[in-house]
Write a protein of this length. Sequence first.
Length: 378
Amino acid sequence: MKVSIQRSALLKPLQMISGVVERRQTLPILSNVLLTVKDQTLFLTGTDLEIEMIGTAPLDQVMEVGSITVSARKLLDICRALPEAAEVQLLLESDHILLRSGKSRFNLATLPAHDFPNVEEGPFTTQFKMPQVKLKKLLSKTHFAMGHQDVRHYLNGALFDIHQGTVKCVATDGHRLALSSIQDENIGDAKTKVILPRKSVLELIRLLDNSDENITVCVGENHFRVISADFTLTSKLINAQYPEYDRLIPRNIVNTALASREMLKQALTRASILSNEKFRGVRLQLEQDLLRIMANNPEQEEAEELVQFEYQGSCVEIGFNVAYLLDVVSTLASEKIRWSFNDPNGGVLIEASEEEADGATTASNKEHSIYVVMPMRL
């Protein structure tokens, strides 16, 4: 293998796969990147056996095709440290790869390409295209509600519910629920339900950009794949039954309230400073056209915030984890948000106010997000 490539062209795919490659591995080869030269292109592959990431880089000059694996971290660190306009030459010599750039020279150890593991995959039964900005939005609006190292492993990821031209992305950790949906005619009659692991969700948020460029989404029984012009990510799926999330959404709403999202966010942020560092609890007292936010901690410190609230129901007091509320109000982009609930013991439904939710979308391209936060005892 012998190639010449611009430093910037090599750095971009290296940075893409760096999130997948684990530094501490039981198998040394999993900390390596697979370099493959063919068709005037350098393919870079990283994997942790659960996710496989392939990035591509066009080559200035190919003197010899081939493939080898080398430390992903060391190669990335070297590329970062080289001058911006540098040209990089890679030459495979026996069991080492020689990297030259200007007056710099690096001799890196390698492992054979045939020992590099592939993510086994079955046939993909569902396939459709969508703008990558839409998939990024779905994941960005829900990922914070995923479980983290939960013993209920199916909560450590996000559910994709694809049906009737709509993609729903759902995440819950048992204390809160985030649901975002989007309609797109390109989805067609695709129908499937799969759970994408937490790490794959976070990697996709990092990799996708806010462009309208189409990506291809492929879903199989055990794997999920996203193909863009710059990368191909293949992930194993969590093989489990996801909870019936519809049951967590409050129905037959009795009480509703309307508030300025920014005012509420600022008040919650200030009150959270004096909340209990471990439990993060705040008390919300709803009165007519007024919301009182109260927090205290074991040091006997107290905070109280008053927020104008369009509310006409009876006086109610509910306890919440303030971090859960801040996640929601920080994710919503509308000027006003609506709270809906039945009683202090049930979950509170939070969403953009109806006028803005409807006005921001069209019938053929509808987006909608809702959030449910369960109360806590204080």
